[in-house]
Unconditional design. Structure first.
Lengths: 265, 335
């Protein structure tokens, strides 16, 4: 973990409304270098909206999002992308590029956009594909891949930006257990071995509890919990957050507590 | 994109460049009276030019150059729109930009305005203004509506296109018979009355707009993947989109003012080139310039020779040749 403990991100009293609906309600949070933060909460809690503000896909109308102490509204989009990799929740149906081409497109904030990526850039992109276990898919079209394969390619493309923080919106949703495990392993490796900060929005509370250093829980647009996983994975906090009952089980070793929605009778 | 993926594109480019060279040299030789190389070789003599030399150098050569410029420009504009709107049906023609440009040009002709900027005619300036107005009208209306989608945008484009067509008909209604006929003929697309002056005028705006599009090949790649991904990779989407709108308006206005609103090239050529060189805009942009240019020169050659000495309007040819070819390609390459 880097010695510098100044926050990469500081979110200050961020609010956002769509029509009459308040999607974010005065949210404040920090992300420090090397941290793995999971953002959890029920559907419609504002998790994805928060993430999209961090990468300035949405501009903050109220409050502030600071990236390395600079307000994101004052930064160029390229400057944000040079430090922040973003993996959105859904990928377009039509994406005609090969995996290699798509990962190379991730180099945009790091190279002259007027120039075609050269062979050195291609070699770097292949390395990244290899890191996520997708080197054999380099010449395959992205929109012809399965959801799990595609998700790895999207992570690889975000990594091509050489980000110091990776933002992921539901990275394991809709994936089979093998691909879920693959993605978890990739993120864990990035976080532990390279010190990359990770902010992952997820519905998988067990994934959040198992891998994150800190959980931010959101409900109705507000951050209702910000602390270590253990503090959330217990009665009655989890029940209050999701408005449902859970059964709990203790895992082996460092795995801590797992929670499962209680079976309805 | 790199040596690893560029090999098929290299072969395709070699074929396109060879074809462009053959077409550029052969097209001016063909016409109602054919001309041979020996007929035109004497142009560099001190002797006054012969009829064959005049036909080749003063009538057909500028026409072929203009056809190439117009085809290349419309194809490049169509490519950029398909990337920006992520829609295979987007083109200057379908989104009303050609219609706006045509309205601007017709208005300038009707008003009989005579001022000009060096290298650019007043008709072109009005066509550029009409093109720019139409695209910002389309974009503005589509954005103002809640739940903006690209489908909304295309439907708005169709509506704006009809609106400009109505305005053009309104102007035609008040024009005298001869003037109205020439407007209708021009609306079908025409390369018939052309000299080097018009070629230069078309080239100035096409080069300016085309260069601005050409420089945004990285952005067009990312915009194809969607706004959210493009922003995440560092593209200032709004600025890129505005710059492409401006460039397309400039280039389309420059061409439409002289050749009329020639349809189908901007829609079809990018798709054909995508099948040949792949989806990477670093390959697609130059391929569209070559492919669009070749296609329109061939169409124009056919237009002026098929029922010689009469000429078929070029817009009729582009649609009649292009439509079936496009459908054939769709069946041949279902992906």
């Amino acid at each position: 973990m880097p010695a510098d403990n100044c926050p990469i991100y500081s979110v200050r009293s961020l609010s956002y409304e769509i029509g009459d609906k308040r999607v974010l309600d005065s949210v404040s949070m920090d992300a420090k270098p090397g941290e793995f933060i999971a953002v959890v909460g029920p559907n419609g809690a504002g998790k994805s909206t928060l993430l999209r503000h961090l990468v300035r896909v949405i501009m903050p109308p109220k409050g502030a999002v600071l990236l390395y102490d600079k307000c994101v509204t004052t930064l160029r989009q390229r400057e944000i992308a040079a430090g922040v990799g973003y993996v959105p929740q859904s990928s377009p149906v039509y994406l005609p590029f090969t995996a290699l081409q798509f990962v190379l497109m991730g180099r945009y904030p790091r190279m002259n956009p007027l120039v075609r990526p050269d062979d050195r850039e291609a070699a770097r992109a292949l390395e990244i594909l290899n890191d996520v276990g997708m080197a054999d898919f380099a010449d395959r079209r992205v929109d012809m891949m399965s959801g799990g394969e595609r998700q790895k390619i999207f992570i690889a493309a975000a990594l091509a930006q050489e980000p110091s923080v990776l933002l992921l919106d539901e990275p394991t949703t809709y994936l089979d257990p093998k691909h879920q495990r693959d993605i978890q392993r990739i993120l864990q490796s990035l976080h532990r071995e390279r010190g990359t900060s990770v902010v992952a929005v997820t519905h998988d509370i067990n994934f959040a509890a198992r891998f994150s250093d800190r959980i931010v829980a959101m409900k109705k647009g507000a951050a209702v919990y910000d602390g270590p996983p253990d503090g959330l994975m217990r009665k009655p906090r989890l029940e209050e957050l999701f408005d449902t009952e859970f059964d709990y089980a203790r895992g082996d070793g460092e795995d801590g507590v797992f929670a499962f929605p209680r079976r309805s009778l | 994109m790199t040596a690893r993926t560029r090999k098929p594109a290299t072969r395709a480019f070699a074929a396109l460049i060879l074809l462009a060279a053959v077409v550029a040299v052969a097209a001016p030789l063909v016409g109602s009276s054919n001309v041979s190389f020996s007929d035109i070789a004497g142009i560099f003599d001190a002797e006054p030019p012969t009829a064959a030399e005049r036909i080749f150098w003063q009538v057909r050569a500028p026409r072929v150059i203009l056809a190439f410029i117009a085809g290349a420009t419309l194809a490049l504009c169509g490519l950029s729109f398909q990337a920006v709107f992520r829609n295979p049906l987007a083109s200057p023609f379908t989104l009303g930009v050609s219609g706006g440009a045509a309205f601007g040009a017709v208005l300038a002709i009707k008003l009989g305005l005579a001022f000009s900027i060096p290298g650019v005619s007043v008709t072109q300036i009005f066509a550029f203004g009409g093109a720019l107005a139409s695209i910002f009208l389309v974009y503005g209306i589509a954005r103002a509506r809640k739940g903006f989608t690209m489908a909304t945008m295309l439907l708005t484009g169709v509506a704006v296109s009809f609106f400009f067509s109505a305005l053009i008909m309104f102007i035609q209604f008040f024009a005298d018979y001869a003037h109205s006929f020439s407007m209708v003929r021009w609306m079908m697309g025409s390369l018939s009355i052309v000299g080097y002056k018009q070629v230069a005028q078309a080239a100035v705006l096409s080069a300016a707009g085309g260069a601005a599009i050409f420089l945004r090949r990285s952005e067009m790649n990312l915009l194809t993947a969607g706004d959210e991904i493009a922003r995440g990779r560092g593209v200032d989407v709004d600025r890129s989109r505005a710059a492409i709108f401006f460039a397309v308006s400039l280039a389309t206005g420059g061409v439409v003012a002289i050749c009329g609103p020639i349809g189908f090239v901007g829609l079809m050529i990018p798709h054909i080139m995508r099948l040949i060189v792949g989806p990477d805009h670093f390959d697609l942009a130059p391929a569209c310039i070559l492919g669009g240019g070749i296609f329109l020169v061939l169409c124009d050659t056919f237009a002026r020779t098929a029922i010689s000495p009469f000429e078929i309007p070029i817009g009729v040819i582009t649609a009649m040749l292009g439509g079936p070819f496009f459908i054939w390609l769709l069946f041949r390459h279902p992906n």
